[in-house]
Structures are given as structure tokens and as C-alpha cells.
Write a protein that binds this ligand. Structure first.
Ligand code: UT7
Length: 326
């Protein structure tokens, strides 16, 4: 049986650190409130010149280097993002050109915070179908440029970054064991960016109404996220006939420490087996899971043979999980 296996990872975050204390000077908030309600202490923010493809390029180059791959070895590039460089061409096409990955097809996936796992679902499906054999999957976001820095309910949450994974066809008994994706468009208004598309094209009016920034009904989203993720992780383990005790590491989307703790509690997993870096980067949407995965691999938290569960929840609404055997 052929399946996809992640053979290398890479990640990149911008140098500029914005702490909670920095935000105290911008909006009516406090380090204590942000830390207690979200677990975030700081986030990384791009400079004015950097765009999503620049972050994606750094993360992808590192993954390629670690795999000893040349860009021409890749036959597909998928970029998961809700903050593309521009509406089109896709950020994946821009990345393809920058890398010189001339043998790759390239497209973007928009599933907000679940985007990387959606991309893994697609990549693994295409590998299993025999359509592609070497896929570069990147989750990359520059949320700071669509964040309303006057809105304390959202601006404290988000950060910029990118994470990449190289996925190769394998016949080994390891790799992507299962992926699951789901959506509920009836709750699309819980998190959205209403301006700049064909519904509300960019105009003086949309800018004055601040429609070109992320809007989120945080508390409602929180409740749906907890309920959905608790069910999702239990289902994913059951689908793979695994007991939570067999899991070596849970890598959750880094949106809120309280959501992560609730999911771990539902699984009965000690927090030592849950990867967290939300304190350093905040919520980086589609980049969150691959940055965490890369940091987990580089720090030795994942060893050969380990079962690793990835999960995410985000705008759409969308949610997704993946069970990996490393
Ligand atoms: O990644 C995609 C999915 N996204 C998520 O999963 C995010 C889900 N939501 C959350 O993480 C949380 O809902 C937030 C962190 C956004 C907010 O936490 P909360 O515990 O749900 O707070 P709340 O929205 O119920 O607000 C509680 C209070 C309000 O004041 P009143 O009405 O009780 O007087 C807010 O105005 O906290 C106030 N508040 C703040 N206070 C200080 C909201 N933002 C801030 C702030 N600093 N930055």
C-alpha cells in the first residue's frame, strides 16, 4: 500500500517580536489578561516589505535542504493560506517560481487555521492515487496585515509565520495513517474577513468600515472549537483503533491554551504529551500546525515509530485531523 510520509520539515518566523506589553501601549489590554485567557506572551510580525511567499520560501528552503532535495525534485506545491500575496496568482505559483521548482504544479488551499491539514489530506490522497509522488506542503500567513490593530478582541491573538513539510510516496508501514476534514459554512460569520473580495470589493467605504480586517466572535468560536475538537480527536483515534495512551504527541492548532487543555483533558493526555508554542507565536492560522510540527521534530519530541496526532479548527468553519506514524 502506498501512502504519503513526511520526510522533512522546516519553519520560519519573522525576527520582529511584539510582546503583550507592547500591545498594552496600543489597545486597552494587559499582559495578565492575554496570558490568562489565551496563553500568548508574544508574537512575530513581518516588516512592511515581507509577504506570505517570503515566509513560505524560507520554510520550504529549509525543508528541502534537510531532505537533500532539489526544487526540481518536487512535483506538486500546495500552499495553505488565507493571506496570499495577492488574489491571484496563487502564493504557491509565486513560491514555485522563487524556488525554481519547474517540475511542480502549484495551487493554494483556503481552509483558514485547518489549511495545513486540509493540504495534507489532499497531498496524501494524490500520492495514494499515484498522481504525485513528491509534494511540498506549506502553511504560511501574514495575519498582521489583515489584523485590526484598534480591536483588542482580535489583535492580541494573531502572528505571522510559515511551516513546510516534504511528503513522499512510501510503501513503508509509516507515514500518514489517516486524515479527516470537515466544514460547516453555516457558521462562516464567526470568523471572517469581509472586505476585499467580490462581495465587498475594496473601496473607500469598505476601508472606512474596517471591513478589510479579520472579524471574530471569539467567545462563540471558542465554544464550538472546544466541542468540535474534543469529538474530532476521539473519532480520529477510534478510526485508527488506537488508545490515547498509544499516542506519543498531540500537536494541536495553537489558537488558545484553554482550547488545547480541554482537548487534552478529553483524551486523558498529560500536557507533557501535548506540543505548545502558542506563548511564542500566538495564532498563526495555517502556519500554526506545521511550525509546531517542525519544532517538535527538531527538538527530538518525535522519534521513529511514534504515533502523532495533528488537529486544527478555524474559519469556514473548518476542522481537520491527521494521524501520523513517524
Ligand atoms: O484559530 C481559529 C479559531 N479561533 C479560536 O479558536 C479563538 C477562539 N476564541 C478565543 O480564543 C477567546 O474567545 C478569546 C481569547 C478571543 C476571548 O476570550 P474569552 O474568554 O472568550 O473572552 P470574551 O470574549 O468573553 O470577553 C470577556 C471580557 C469582555 O469584557 P466584558 O464584556 O466582560 O466587560 C471583553 O470586552 O474580556 C474583554 N476583553 C478584553 N479585555 C482585555 C476582550 N478582549 C480583551 C483584551 N484585553 N484584549
Amino acid at each position: 500500500m502506498i501512502r504519503g510520509r513526511i520526510i522533512a520539515t522546516g519553519s520560519y518566523v519573522p525576527e520582529n517580536v511584539v510582546t503583550n506589553h507592547d500591545l498594552e501601549k496600543v489597545v486597552d489590554t494587559s499582559d495578565d489578561w492575554i496570558t490568562e485567557r489565551t496563553g500568548i506572551k508574544q508574537r512575530r510580525i513581518v516588516n512592511a516589505q515581507q509577504a506570505t511567499s517570503d515566509l513560505a520560501y524560507e520554510a520550504a528552503s529549509l525543508a528541502l535542504k534537510r531532505a537533500h532535495y532539489k526544487p526540481k525534485d518536487i512535483d506538486l506545491i500546495i500552499v495553505a493560506t488565507i493571506t496570499p500575496d495577492m488574489a491571484f496568482p496563487s502564493t504557491a505559483c509565486i513560491l514555485q517560481d522563487r524556488l525554481g521548482a519547474t517540475n511542480a504544479a502549484a495551487f493554494d488551499v483556503n481552509a483558514a487555521c485547518s489549511g495545513f491539514i486540509y493540504g495534507l489530506h489532499i497531498a496524501n490522497g494524490l500520492i495514494k492515487a499515484g498522481a504525485h509522488s513528491r509534494v511540498l506542503l506549506v502553511g504560511a500567513e501574514v495575519l498582521s496585515k489583515v489584523t485590526d490593530w484598534q480591536d483588542r478582541t482580535t489583535c492580541i491573538l494573531f502572528g505571522d509565520g510559515a511551516g513546510a513539510a516534504l511528503i513522499e510516496a512510501t510503501k513503508e508501514k509509516r507515514g500518514v495513517y489517516s486524515t479527516y476534514i470537515s466544514s460547516d459554512g453555516s457558521l462562516s460569520d464567526l470568523i471572517c474577513l469581509p472586505g476585499g473580495g467580490s462581495r465587498n470589493p475594496c473601496s473607500k467605504e469598505t476601508i472606512l468600515k474596517r471591513l478589510n480586517y479579520i472579524k471574530m466572535k471569539g467567545n462563540e468560536t471558542f465554544k464550538v472549537a472546544v466541542r468540535t475538537l474534543e469529538e474530532l480527536v476521539i473519532k480520529t483515534l477510534a478510526d485508527n483503533n488506537l488508545d490515547p495512551s498509544q499516542l506519543s504527541l498531540l500537536i494541536p492548532h495553537q489558537a488558545n491554551i484553554r482550547i488545547i487543555q480541554a482537548t487534552a483533558k478529553r483524551l486523558g493526555m498529560p500536557m507533557e504529551k501535548v506540543f505548545m508554542n502558542i506563548d511564542k507565536y500566538g495564532n498563526t492560522s495555517a502556519a500554526s500546525v506545521p511550525i509546531a510540527l517542525d519544532e517538535a521534530v527538531q527538538s527530538g519530541r518525535i522519534q521513529d515509530g511514534d504515533y502523532v496526532l495533528l488537529e486544527a479548527f478555524g474559519g469556514g468553519l473548518t476542522w481537520a485531523s491527521a494521524l501520523l506514524r513517524w
